[in-house]
Design a binder for this molecule. Sequence first.
Ligand code: UDP
Length: 331
Amino acid sequence: MTILVTGGAGYIGSHMTLELLDAGEKVVVLDDLSTGFRWAVPEEVPLIVGDFGDAALLRDIFARHDVQSIIHFAAKIVVPESVADPLGYYSNNTAKARALLEAAVEAGVKRIIFSSTAAVYGDPEHNPVTEDESLKPVSPYGRSKLMVEWMLEDVSRAHDLAYVALRYFNVAGADPKGRSGQSTPKATHLIKVAVQAALGLRPGMQVFGTDYPTPDGTCLRDYIHVTDLARAHLDALRHLRGGGESLVCNCGYAHGFSVLEVIETVKRVSGVDFPVEFAGRRPGDPAAIVAANDRIRSRLGWTPRHDDLETIVRQALDWERKLAVRNESGA
Ligand code: UDP
């Protein structure tokens, strides 16, 4: 039984592949390498370079490999880009996911685990936010993902296909064994940016907004270690394999840090006091969003193992150093 990982050459997908291999699973990766890296896919894993919405290619993959489960990561994920190019996001994240589901149903695939996002909540009224909070995504990115959740709900009712949609909060950190990490050169995520500033890979950084209704005026987020997130997918897979019902679960630690607390931690762990400029709010940023995680703990048996901001930052720094050496040597 093979697991198809779409987007397996990307940040979260590559950690997933490692987690699956560590668990003794058989994996095939489908990735168009638009933001992923060939080197991020371990040698023993077949990498098919192509489009996850290509029906003929999918048919071919399903004919060659005994795919019973799909873990679907491949997507565009930059919120401001989605605002500028909504149709591109609906095409890539939504329409192609429809094609993937159609091919999966046709081929008799039984299980799918879907990368959803806390962006489906928009600016939530309650924190920690439960899965039952009203869904009011504010960006085309969030909407493009929510539509897939709805497709999955309908498809799972009509066909023999069960799903778990995992709503990711702020994913950060790197493989504790140093095998992968966040490698996108233009990544905009806070911990990545701060780590790059600490290592002198950028001159400094900006804090977007200091007048939010939070204790220190900067935004609060729930930062989850990428390996704990990958583990949540493995738990979801086991749940579905055991005949568990379809589910939507938040993935986060149920506590948050402000932007200033994150920057302070990166400065402390790196020992570098890099320049920080206070800037205006970034459009579309909710003031605070923290995951309620009772459901994933009770239904999937998920237990966080890396819930420590210092560890997340230290491993992100280690990975960024490694990446800088790799880039310098042109590998
Ligand atoms: N942020 C910041 N400076 C940066 C990058 C991010 O102040 O260079 C802030 C951003 O405004 C938000 C928080 O850090 O309040 C987390 O942003 P990120 O892009 O990492 O994730 P998001 O929560 O938007 O998915």
